[in-house]
Design a protein around this ligand. Structure first.
Ligand SMILES: Cc1ncc(COP(=O)(O)O)c(C=O)c1O
Length: 403
């Protein structure tokens, strides 16, 4: 492999990412190594993607076996892994009659939800298009970078340069039911929110908010759609984060952790909305590709086999306790610890970039969220010892920044 990756990036890769000055070459479990041989503890997990860590044996076995058999088939034909993954997820959700559609990324999963809402609106309007089409989303949401998802993401830094935005989106205050109630009108087809807002700073929705939205959607006969792209697939300590509020949404978007490192997106839709998408209305060449679905199956089977839900809950308590102690120790730097399961935000009194760099220097990789939050997103099978190591590096980094 080329050793001059940095110069090749500068010459050949479009500069739309603020990429860190290191090149990752391999990993094992919760560890990754750069091209200079430096080892890192990975609490970024490819932004909540490597849910089983790197190169988990069950994941490698499933993906390698499928690669030898059939990597791609297209949706002109059935393939076994797609059927098996859909059944496994639907069974784990335990809602009879629900179905899946597979795609390749988070934003694409949200595009499918947005199209589902439009089809629902058309049906509700007696077959008339463009009458009932609005979607109420939340302030500070992040749903992705394509035109539908971007329009649902009311952030200047995401939308700037791409006007005009797709019509029909309005934004209520997150965790403020009344502001959503005010926005739902006769033209509204759906509500779409993240049960834990991720990119804007790791803010969990309250159970009252999600329950209230469920009631509102039932009352107004509109779809209740959730974006669980970051918080779903066991990251919160339950298969979906919304389950902790005791509600069942009408449709959910998934991606990230579902593939455990292989690109995949999906929507889960409950009956009777499973028939809205009819043949020819939506599609993608790669969606439900056998290789991606084999990766997804390995993730779901391993979550069950290794009881990772229990691990997430247990480790989350440990980590939050330790981080709360760090907050007490560094009150001028650490303002808040918040989150759910292994999606934990550490609210800082200063910009994240120097903290992330100081952590990297210590050997810990984390992700930022907004301007003042860093995210701990370790693999679902992370150990207490690894968390203690991360805490130790965090303290050293904060110490170095306090001087
Ligand atoms: C909640 C949420 N929705 C959607 C997306 C977009 O997913 P992708 O980057 O795979 O398009 C993300 C990505 O960070 C996300 O966190």
């Amino acid at each position: 492999m080329a050793k001059n990756t940095q110069s090749l990036y500068e010459k050949y890769i479009i500069g739309n990412y603020g990429v860190a000055p290191l090149t990752l070459v391999r990993g094992k479990g919760r560890r990754v190594w750069d091209d200079k041989g430096k080892r890192y503890l990975d609490f970024c997990s490819g932004i909540a993607v490597n849910s089983l860590g790197v190169a988990h044996p069950a994941w490698v076995k499933s993906v390698s076996a499928q690669a030898k058999l059939l990597a791609h088939a297209s949706n002109l034909f059935r393939n076994e892994p797609q059927a098996a993954l859909a059944k496994t997820f639907v069974d784990m959700m335990g809602v009879a009659g629900a179905k899946m559609f597979f795609c390749n990324s988070g934003t694409e999963a949200n595009e499918a939800l947005i199209k589902l809402a439009r089809l629902y609106g058309m049906k509700k309007a007696g077959g008339k298009e463009g009458k009932i089409f609005k979607i109420v989303c939340a302030e500070n949401a992040f749903h992705g970078r394509t035109f539908g998802s971007m329009a649902a993401t009311p952030q200047k830094k995401i939308q700037h340069g791409f006007a005009p935005q797709l019509k029909g989106f309005s934004f209520g205050k997150f965790n403020d039911l009344k502001s959503f109630e005010k926005l739902v009108d006769k033209d509204t087809a759906a509500v779409l929110v993240e049960p834990v807002q991720g990119e804007s700073g790791v803010t969990p929705a309250t159970a009252e908010f999600l329950k209230g939205l469920r009631k509102l959607c039932d009352k107004k006969k509109i779809l209740f759609m959730l974006d669980e792209i970051q918080c779903g697939i066991a990251r919160s300590g339950t298969l979906l984060a919304c389950q902790q509020s005791g509600i069942v949404p009408d449709a959910v978007s998934l991606a990230k952790g579902l593939g455990g490192g292989f690109p995949i997106g999906a929507i889960w839709v409950r009956a009777p909305y499973t028939d809205l998408l009819q043949p020819g209305m939506h599609g993608t060449t790669f969606g439900g590709n056998p290789l991606a679905c084999a990766a997804g199956l390995a993730v779901l089977e391993t979550i069950k086999a290794e009881d990772l839900l229990a691990n997430v809950k247990d480790i989350s308590k440990h980590l939050i306790r330790k981080l709360t102690a760090v907050k007490k120790e560094f009150p001028a730097l650490v303002k808040e610890v918040r989150g759910l399961g292994l999606m934990i935000g550490i609210g800082l009194a200063k910009e994240t970039a120097p903290v992330i760099a100081a952590l990297r220097a210590q050997g810990l990789l984390v992700a930022g969220a907004g301007n003042h939050t860093i995210r701990f997103l370790p693999a679902l099978n992370v150990t207490k010892a690894e968390c203690d190591e991360a805490i130790c590096m965090l303290k050293k980094a904060l110490d170095s920044l306090s001087q």
